[in-house]
Design a protein around this ligand. Structure first.
Ligand SMILES: [Zn+2]
Length: 113
């Protein structure tokens, strides 16, 4: 969630990236292991690619140049799924929401540490 390290990744994508990586949104960058940083960079690439493949995210007001909505919002694993079961295979977690550094964060209560 620290914007001084990588800025400009919105809440939807940062929630999805951290969920995919298994990193808790309250973790400090300085506490991340090298392998976790590598996983985060991989997940950034995969998640943004997925966002582009689905034509962007229209949970809010985003529309493409033809005025049409994207479909990424139909593929969220964690964003705005508060209280629902985690989609990760064999994870019994429930999605929670918390304000971290003034930003809303959605995360799994079990596999994100
Ligand atoms: Zn989980």
């Amino acid at each position: 969630m620290d914007q001084s390290v990588i800025a400009g990744i919105g809440n939807i994508y940062s929630d999805e990236i951290l969920w995919r990586t298994g990193v808790h949104p309250e973790r400090k960058v300085s506490s991340l292991k090298g392998t976790e940083i590598k996983l985060i960079f991989k997940a950034i690439k995969e998640t943004l690619t997925k966002g582009i493949d689905f034509g962007g995210d229209s949970m809010s007001d985003y529309r493409n140049i033809h005025g049409l909505p994207g479909k990424f919002q139909l593929h969220h694993e964690v964003y705005r799924r508060t209280g629902e079961k985690c989609n990760k295979r064999s994870c019994a977690g429930i999605i929670k929401r918390k304000i971290v550094n003034g930003r809303s964060a959605h995360f799994c209560s079990v596999h994100q540490k």
